[in-house]
Design a protein around this ligand. Structure first.
Ligand code: ZN
Ligand code: ZN
Length: 260
């Protein structure tokens, strides 16, 4: 299994000399199996880094439909997914609202919008999902490759402290034994108290979740738009001291190979 990260930023894309190494694109992640199955999760502006790799006819799964997870969708026009999936349904209506005049001038290509049973098989990859705490609803995805035993769990928008102990246990069970956990680290711990209900976690929550799940590696994700490279380096150092496998991916380290 190979994992390719297109963008790690939250809320909206940013640029600037102090945001080069960790990048300014919003979230998009591609999982590719040994047999060639491809699961694309979300289409933030980071999809521009993945669109050459993603094959037309693949499947795009949405965690939810906030703009930062949709905004790159028109960039996929030449490698258009055959199926777009939002587990709770209603995706065609939402996309038609966003990608139609006068909000956006070009209509999206035709696609299928199935609401598949869980887990579903995509070319040797098993995809399952689990609800998490986030405004308007959101899911985390678990992608397993039974042939190799590789597993990645993606929880990009999740407010860990807003979840009851029971809901946290259920998440830990869902994500049990992940080789790689991709988890929301939007806030610094000192910022979290002032942002209750905003739908995001701090890196300390991500570390707690990774421990509870027994994850090997943790990618901290969905960085606040204003967070600079230097601040993210500081987060990376603190998080790695707390949890050995914690990483804040840079644009050079946005690829991970699991069990090959
Ligand atoms: Zn988001
Ligand atoms: Zn969101």
């Amino acid at each position: 299994m190979k994992v390719f990260l297109g963008g790690a930023r939250g809320s909206y894309p940013v640029s600037g000399a102090d945001k080069v190494r960790h990048g300014g694109d919003t979230f998009s992640l591609l999982v590719e199996g040994r047999e060639g199955g491809q699961v694309l999760i979300d289409a933030g502006s980071g999809v521009r880094r993945l669109k050459e790799r993603f094959r037309a006819g693949g499947v795009l799964f949405f965690t939810h439909t906030h703009l930062d997870h949709l905004i790159g969708l028109p960039m996929l026009a030449k490698a258009w997914p055959r199926q777009l999936v939002l587990p709770r349904g209603g995706l065609p209506e939402i996309l038609a609202r966003v990608f139609s005049p006068p909000v956006w001038p070009v209509k999206l290509p035709a696609a299928e919008f199935p609401v598949p049973a869980e887990p579903c098989d995509i070319g040797g990859l098993k995809v399952a999902w689990h609800p998490v705490a986030h405004p308007d609803g959101c899911v985390a995805y678990r992608v397993d490759e039974p042939a190799t035993g590789a597993c990645v769990v993606v929880a990009t928008d999740i407010e860990w402290p807003a979840m009851t102990p029971r809901a946290q246990d259920a998440f830990a069970l869902f994500a049990r034994g992940a080789d790689l956990l991709v988890f929301d680290a939007h806030f610094l711990p000192a910022e979290a108290a002032a942002h209750k209900g905003w739908g995001h976690s701090a890196w300390t929550d991500a570390v707690e979740a990774a421990r509870r799940c027994g994850a090997q590696k943790l990618w901290l994700m969905h960085h606040a738009p204003g967070r600079t490279d230097a601040e993210l380096d500081a987060v990376a150092a603190e998080a790695a001291a707390a949890f050995k496998g914690a990483v804040v991916p840079t644009v050079e380290t946005m690829t991970e190979i699991l069990h090959e």
